[in-house]
Design a binder for this molecule. Structure first.
Ligand code: APR
Length: 266
């Protein structure tokens, strides 16, 4: 497969593999781009169908939910419906393989994601979610987790319609919302601490499929760089991030399997 890539990109992949092979503490941050090849649109893609007249910012904020909870909730139910049958792609599988291999090597991999899908978990990875989880719900008012996780109602044949009627909390009567970090909300403390520690202490930081414009997650690469880490970016449309040392300008589903394969051959 290496032969299909340009000689310059092949050289960069080999360089990245060589570097990684000599380092022990690796922090990886994934964004919507890693799930794009599984058929989940990224945030910067224009929304389609029913929701094409809305931006994510109009639906995924505390203000949007307060203004029109049914609209926000319906959008998430629609997203659950559209993500329910999606499967991990070669990028997720390569990371899972690398994480598995690291159990018997000296490497310590910390995988952080901004994604709310569960494709990393489906592929067997252990991952820290910075922006919540599409399949969890909680009360918007008292915060209590809601028992009826939407994923439970999905039976793999893609026939289940997610009910878009609002649910209320049995404790306080507040509305149930997805357990997702909306624009303007704080990140979960424990998860952020894991990410910050990993970025602070890593020798290599790899940014995969993220536009690196949504903070604080976008600041993790800078934090790593300030502490002496090398920064690698995997993105077919490289960002204008000036702190990147190695740019692998191709789809994650092509680069990551190659990178992992190269490392095992060294
Ligand atoms: N492989 C790697 N990268 C890809 C691929 C692919 N196959 N396809 C697209 N990309 C890149 C795009 O070039 C883009 O830079 O993925 C990036 C996706 O960017 P965003 O849609 O902005 O996603 P992300 O960075 O994860 O967004 C961050 O913003 O809306 C909020 O909370 C939401 O977690 C999300 C956060």
């Amino acid at each position: 497969m290496l032969a299909e890539l340009s000689p310059a990109l092949i050289a960069e992949v080999k360089l990245a593999a060589k570097l990684l092979k000599t380092k022990q503490r690796i922090c990886l941050l994934t964004g919507a781009g890693i799930s794009a090849e599984s058929g989940i649109p990224t945030f910067r893609d224009k929304q389609t169908g029913l929701w094409e007249n809305y931006t994510a910012e109009e639906l995924a904020t505390p203000e949007a939910f307060a203004r029109d909870p049914k609209l926000s909730w319906s959008w998430y139910q629609w997203r659950r419906q559209s993500v329910a049958d999606k499967k991990p792609n070669p990028a997720h599988h390569a990371l899972a393989q690398w994480q598995y291999d690291s159990q018997t090597s000296a490497q310590q991999l910390t995988l952080i994601t901004q994604n709310v899908d569960d494709l990393h978990e489906q592929s067997g990875s252990t991952v820290t979610h910075l922006h919540g989880n599409l399949w969890r719900n909680r009360c918007n008012q008292c915060g209590v987790p809601h028992q009826n996780h939407a994923r439970d109602s999905y039976d793999n044949d893609n026939t289940v319609q997610f009910e878009d009627t609002l649910i209320t909390c049995s404790h306080c009567d507040g509305y149930i919302r997805p357990d997702i970090v909306w624009f303007g909300e704080a990140l979960p403390m424990k998860e952020w601490q894991i990410a910050e520690d990993a970025a602070n202490n890593c020798e290599v930081f790899i940014s995969i499929g993220t536009s690196s414009i949504v903070y604080p997650a976008a600041g993790l690469a800078q934090l790593a760089k300030q502490n002496g880490a090398h920064v690698i970016e995997i993105n077919p449309n490289p960002t204008r991030n000036t702190i990147v040392d190695i740019t692998l300008a191709e789809k994650a589903g092509i680069i990551l399997p190659l990178l992992v394969q190269e490392m095992t051959q060294l």
